[in-house]
Design a protein around this ligand. Structure first.
Ligand SMILES: NCc1[nH]cc(CCC(=O)O)c1CC(=O)O
Length: 337
């Protein structure tokens, strides 16, 4: 064999990551997996992204990869060997010069409520209504606000959604301090931080469709090191990759960014008889005040072969076309073209 010199093989691989507790936790998990499949040590290289330093509301700055661009620059400049992102923070446009080497198996896709006294939405709003006041729920996400407000309207509950930002401690801190009655966070994040015990209730996707790609990670590299790309590819989980492909195709076709009030969830179901499994894609678009929620689903048999990605994209595009025909773009607000 005349592969790379031994010293290179033994050199640590450089994993680029954001420095938040959540990013470090999920990057640490990926690092252990990469060491397992390559036999090489992995060192974490902390990169500060614009999303980490800007105090602007995400709804204002989001949609253009504010958590991602600095990591991609580091990849393209050769300062790191691969990057780990939360898939839901990745813009849908494929970046020049980079490959999505792997989408590992997804964590819990659901959003979670962390509330005063651990109450569920119904009990919480009823209790506070009894005390003569509205329920204040913190979330910086228009998608979550839209669906919370729609739930409140349907249940005759008085809910006020308040934009918040910050890391998990900051957000949960608003509930602990009594400033807010509840906050909504991704269950996957709390699980990966070992803080699942702080979840009061998981929100059923019926009530709260997650963000496209929620709960999944993305491992990105340049592909120049083909041996590394091949090793990373062994961490790919095809059912997850195909599901998030459908969700992201829907998002892309709606021309919505990660900060738009759009939810999507693709789930696998057994096919009929001997047929292939079915991929079901649900999508929601709404107004932040929850006055209108447009919710639709599409499904189709899908074989997990080399055309699976295209089939999933077609499913996402078809659902987007139906949502747009029903007026989705008006709901999301006029977009620059
Ligand atoms: N927008 C920030 C972000 N990106 C990914 C997650 C959670 C983890 C995941 O979805 O994989 C979070 C925090 C949150 O939504 O509570």
């Amino acid at each position: 064999m005349n592969g790379q010199p031994l010293t290179d093989q033994a050199a640590p691989l450089r994993l680029g990551t954001r420095r938040s507790a959540l990013a470090m936790a999920q990057s640490g998990m990926v690092a252990r997996e990469v060491t397992r499949v390559t036999g090489r040590p992995v060192e974490l290289v902390e990169i500060t992204t614009y999303g980490d330093v800007s105090r602007e509301a995400l709804a204002q700055i989001g949609g253009t990869g504010v958590f991602v661009s600095a990591l991609r620059d580091a990849l393209l400049e050769g300062r790191i060997d691969f990057a780990v992102h939360s898939l839901k923070d990745l813009p849908t446009a494929a970046p020049e010069g980079l490959v999505l080497a792997a989408v590992p198996e997804r964590e819990d896709v659901r959003d979670a409520l962390v509330s005063h006294e651990g109450l569920g939405l119904e009990e919480l709003t009823e209790k506070l209504a009894g005390a003569g006041r509205e329920t204040r729920i913190g979330t910086g996400s228009p998608r979550r606000a839209a669906q919370l407000n729609a739930w409140a309207a349907a249940h005759g509950a008085s809910v006020v959604t308040t934009p918040i930002r910050g890391n998990v401690d900051t957000r949960i801190g608003f509930v602990a301090s009594g400033e807010l009655d509840a906050v909504v966070l991704a269950a996957a994040g709390l699980n990966r931080l070992g803080r699942a015990g702080e979840i009061s209730r998981h929100l059923d996707p019926e009530l709260m469709l997650p963000a496209p790609g929620q709960g999944a990670l993305a491992i990105e590299c340049t592909g120049a090191d083909t041996a590394l790309a091949a090793a990373l590819a062994t961490l790919d989980h095809a059912p997850t990759r195909v599901a998030v492909t459908a969700e992201r195709a829907l998002l892309a076709a709606l021309e919505a960014g990660c900060s738009a009030p759009v939810g999507a969830l693709a789930t696998w179901h057994p096919g009929s008889g001997d047929g292939p499994p079915e991929l079901q894609l649900e999508g929601v678009v709404g107004t932040v005040d929850g006055a209108t929620l447009l919710k639709m689903s599409a499904n189709g048999p899908l074989v997990l072969d080399e055309t699976a990605g295209q089939q999933a994209q077609a499913l996402g595009h078809a659902l987007a076309a139906r949502l747009l025909a029903a007026g989705a773009s008006t709901l999301m607000g006029e977009r620059a073209r």
